[in-house]
Every structure is written in C-alpha cells, then in structure tokens.
Write a protein that binds this ligand. Structure first.
Ligand code: EPZ
Length: 416
C-alpha cells in the first residue's frame, strides 16, 4: 500500500535505470551463450526477479548485486517452464528462442503478464513454423522441436515487439540467412541485437522494418560486460510527474530521442524542455493544456506504455482530450479508479474522452496493472488530500522503488 499526499512540486535529479523491456529479453538471451555475462544498471524490479527464477530453473546462476547482474549459464539444462513461472510475466515467452538455440527443444506454459488484452503468441509461433520448427500446443503449454530448423523469410502479421525479438533469437540457431519483415522498431530491439552481436551473432537492420540474421547454429561462448539502454517509459513517467506537479527535474541517463513522442506532447503546452544527449531538463510552467488527440502506435509513435500515465496528465488539463489506444484491447482498466479521484473520463472502445478538471481529490484506489498503477501514483501526486494505493505489486514489476525516488524529489509518498 502507498500513501500519497498531493500538492508538492518535484525538484531534483533522477537517474533512470536499465529498461525492463530491454533487460528481460537480454537476460533470456544469455541462455544462448555458454559463459558469463555481467549486466550493468539492472533495476530491482519483480519482473527481473521472475526471469532470474526461470533461468535458475534451467540451472543458470544469477546474482543481482546493486545494479550489477552476473549471469552464468555454464550448467544450463533443459527444463520446462511451468504455468506458475510463465504466468508471472509476458517475458517468459522470450525463453522460447534461447531454449531452442541451446537445447533444440522447448516446453513453455502460456505466458502471463499485465491484463491489458488477449496477448496471443500466434505471430511468434507462425514465425517458428516458417523456420521449420515443429510447434504443438495444448491448453496449457507450447511444445517446440527445432531439430530440423532452417533459415526462412518471415513476414510478421503485425510489428510485434516480442515476436520480433523472439524470432531474431531463434534465427541465430538456423544455419544460413533469415529475413524477418514488418519488424517492430523499438529501441529495446536494437539493444537486444547489439547484445547478441557482442556475443558473436550476425544481425543487421534492427530498428528498421527488416532484420537480416546470418545464423551460425551454435551456442555462443563469450564472457562479456553489457549495459542495457535506460528505461524510456520510466523516464517518461517521471517527466509527466514533473509536468503535473510543477517544479524542475533533470531526467538523466536516457536518450531523449527514445521518448520524444511523449516529450513533444508536454513541451508544446506546459513545460520548457532542454534536450541534452543523455538527459533532459524539464521545467513545468503551466497547467497541462488539453490535447485534441493522443494515439498509441508502434515505435516511434506514442507508446502504449505511456497511455495510462498520459491520461492522468490530461485528467487535470484545461480542456477536453481524446486518447486512442490501438495496441491493446483493455488498457483503460485504471480509469474507474481515476474517476473515484474526481476525474471526468468516459471510455468507448479504443477511445477515452477526458474532460480536464481543476482538481482531483485523494481516495482509496487499486492498481490493476503496471502502467495503470503508475497513472494512479501520478494522480495522487496532484490530488487534494491523501490517496491510498493498493496493488503496488503491479508497480514493483516495472518501477524500481518508485516511492523512494519520488520522495527524494519532494513528493509526500510512503510505503505502508
Ligand atoms: C512488449 O509487449 C512490451 N513488453 C509491452 O510492455 C509493450 O506494451 C508492447 O511490447 C508494445 O510496445 C515487453 O517488452 C516485455 P506486442 P509484447 O507483441 O511483445 C498483438 C509494459 O508495460 N500480438 O508488440 O507482448 C498483441 O496482442 C509492457 O512494460 C498478437 O496478436 O507486445 C498486441 O495487441 C506491457 N500476436 C500487439 O500485437 C502475437 O503473437 C502488440 O503486442 C504477439 C502480439
């Protein structure tokens, strides 16, 4: 439970840790490497703990000390990933590629993750079948056999982030050239490709719509040190916190281009933003102005992972705004909680109609997913009175000690 007393402006510096959505596929990719990897800047979040558990089940040794994480896979052995483990997070699906590279076999319970939509894995499995991987499914598990894997030309039905990453990893185990088209272009995909290439892979085109992999078929064997990119969604969340509460923040360690679609929305109307190579200085000078439309889209469009937080920002804006969520079917589940705090929001399918109000008020609210939880924290920071937020385990999936970070910036927020 978090207790948040609204009304304080935020001032100071915030160092952004490694990106959850980069660290997780990179952790799974370590299974493709029969050696040690030292990752730097790894956040203490429960999704990383869950991935550590999965690697541990496979006989890997994972030591997370401070922001360093040492992963040794020398004694890795094939093990299926149970519904309990796989169900904890969507990223368990990233184990498919590495398991097929290392063991040529995989048995994975259907992945879990935030309840923001159906989240099928059909695009992942279609790409595996294109590469001649034998895929069998039942209610609970997916079974894959890559004994006769072949390179292939793959076209993704949708630029899925996870499918792009998984198939990029699988293609490393097929000897020859694979071409993956209609790829997602997120910075985390570029980061994973860079990590794999530093292990000895040959991947070109990551960050564009076509990725070419020259598969070598065998496990890598290099001990390296690697620093994943910083978390653009965490950075965007703190930038919005400043824009909503007022004050001035230096958001450090993250490339501003990775969340420019978010910054452009707030710099137009309520903040002065100065851009540096790997930090931004943000000064909030006015109440948020309404935005006619905010439409989520694959990168470099407005990120769906900032949609919930942006709704909290628009909830106190000086007019009417419309949010359009194109990526997931049910990503407005925190709206009723914001309405409990006095927000005026109506949801109709993919659209949320937000009428800005002068003030929100504190309330007892419950997070229902990771980014929905973040939006309730932002609302609590500006609400009159006390907000009690339950469901903080969702927040802890992707934000490293968010209460301590915000408290260090002047917010009145305590973990009860
Ligand atoms: C990744 O999820 C991120 N998670 C998500 O972040 C993020 O919201 C999402 O990409 C979109 O940017 C991680 O990287 C661990 P998708 P992923 O495959 O890979 C449909 C957060 O808050 N789809 O790009 O699961 C899917 O249902 C999380 O940090 C299929 O239909 O997202 C969705 O509608 C939430 N079939 C759309 O594609 C498939 O096989 C985009 O999903 C795969 C996806």
């Amino acid at each position: 439970m978090l207790k948040i007393t609204g009304g304080n402006k935020l001032y100071g510096d915030v160092d952004i840790p490694g990106a959850k959505n980069s660290v997780l596929p990179i952790m799974s990719a370590c299974l493709m490497n029969d050696a040690e990897v030292l990752l730097r800047g790894v956040p203490h979040i429960s999704d990383c703990d869950a991935m550590s558990k999965i690697l541990g089940i496979m006989g890997c040794r994972v030591v997370h000390s401070g922001s360093d994480m040492l992963i040794s896979t020398r004694n890795a052995t094939l093990s299926s990933i149970s519904p309990l483990l796989a169900g904890e997070m969507r990223s368990s699906v990233f184990m498919l590629g590495p398991m097929l590279m290392r063991f040529k076999q995989a048995k994975l319970a259907r992945p879990g993750g935030c309840d923001i939509g159906r989240r099928p894995i059909d695009i992942h499995l279609a790409g595996l079948r294109d590469m001649n991987v034998v895929v069998r499914e039942d209610e609970e598990y997916v079974y894959c056999d890559a004994s006769n894997i072949k390179p292939a030309e793959i076209y993704l039905q949708f630029p899925s982030v996870g499918a792009t990453e998984n198939l990029m990893m699988v293609a490393c185990s097929a000897v020859g050239r694979s071409v993956i088209r209609n790829c997602a272009k997120e910075p985390e995909i570029v980061d994973l490709a860079k990590f794999l290439n530093s292990l000895g892979a040959s991947i070109k085109g990551a960050g564009g719509h076509t990725i070419v992999v020259e598969g070598k078929g065998k496990t890598f064997n290099r001990s390296i040190i690697y620093t994943p990119i910083a978390d653009r969604i965490v950075a965007g969340t703190y930038a919005l916190a400043c824009a909503m509460t007022g004050g001035e923040l230096n958001v450090k360690g993250v490339k501003s281009e990775f969340f420019s679609s978010v910054l452009s929305k707030i710099s137009k109307n309520s903040c002065y933003i100065k851009y540096y190579n790997d930090r931004i200085n943000i000064i909030s000078h006015a109440r948020p102005h309404a935005l006619d439309y905010v439409v989520t889209a694959p990168y470099p469009g407005f990120p769906t992972d900032m949609q919930s937080q942006m709704i909290a920002y628009l909830a106190i804006a000086d007019g009417d705004s419309v949010m359009v969520e194109n990526m997931f079917e049910t990503r407005y589940r925190q709206v009723p909680q914001l309405v409990l705090m006095g927000a005026d929001i109506k949801v109709d399918g993919a659209r949320a109609y937000v009428r800005g109000v002068d003030k929100l008020h504190g309330a007892k609210v419950v997070a229902t997913d990771l980014r929905g939880g973040a939006s309730l924290v932002l609302a609590g920071l500006v609400a009159e009175g006390d907000t009690y937020l339950d469901g903080t385990h969702f927040l802890d999936r992707g934000y490293d000690r968010i209460d301590q970070v915000l408290s260090s910036l002047g917010a009145q927020i305590f973990r009860l």
